[in-house]
Design a protein around this ligand. Structure first.
Ligand SMILES: [Ca+2]
Ligand SMILES: [Ca+2]
Ligand SMILES: [Ca+2]
Length: 167
């Protein structure tokens, strides 16, 4: 094998490896997110304040400032009266307690947390960025370019994926 041929094989392998690494973080792949179940006000403590806030969110009087996952006490994927009941029961039984954080998988790019990555998520990200509307998914899910923060670059990246402007 000539040196040139060796070099060629090396470069091709390197490209394959790089592509494999990238595809591991593709839109729609699973990302680990941290869930603080029940902590509706996000202060790290589970108490009656969270139950009151959950009640108001359920009635539509307040917009949640945490991920819907954090409100989903019974882990059925929805936020309902049952979750409020479960939180109340827990607080009544055990009193005020520190939030037990868990990790679970979410879908990278699924900004509105409906289980699919589609144009609805692009709209959610655009609204989140330009109108300050809160996206429903945990922060890890909207960090499309995986640089540790959510900003305009993530919006652009997801938009480009859907409108085929990727180069
Ligand atoms: Ca709390
Ligand atoms: Ca979605
Ligand atoms: Ca980012």
């Amino acid at each position: 094998m000539t040196i040139q041929k060796c070099l060629f094989v090396f470069v091709v392998s390197a490209i394959c490896l790089f592509t494999a690494t990238l595809s591991a973080h593709e839109i729609g792949s699973n990302v680990l997110v941290t869930v603080s179940r029940g902590d509706a006000n996000g202060d790290g403590v589970l108490n009656r304040d969270d139950a009151t806030l959950m009640h108001d969110i359920l009635k539509g009087e307040v917009d949640p400032s945490v991920s819907i996952r954090d409100l989903d006490m019974d882990k059925d994927g929805h936020f309902t009266e049952r979750d409020l009941l479960e939180l109340r029961t827990e607080v009544n039984l055990f009193g005020e307690q520190r939030v037990h954080q868990e990790t679970e998988f979410a879908i990278l790019g699924d900004a509105n947390d409906d289980g699919f990555v589609d144009l609805g998520d692009v709209v959610s990200l655009l609204q989140a960025h330009f109108q300050g509307v809160r996206y429903r998914a945990p922060a890890e899910v909207v960090d499309i370019n995986l640089d540790g923060k959510f900003d305009l670059r993530d919006v652009i990246e997801l938009t480009e994926i859907f409108f085929g402007k990727q180069t």
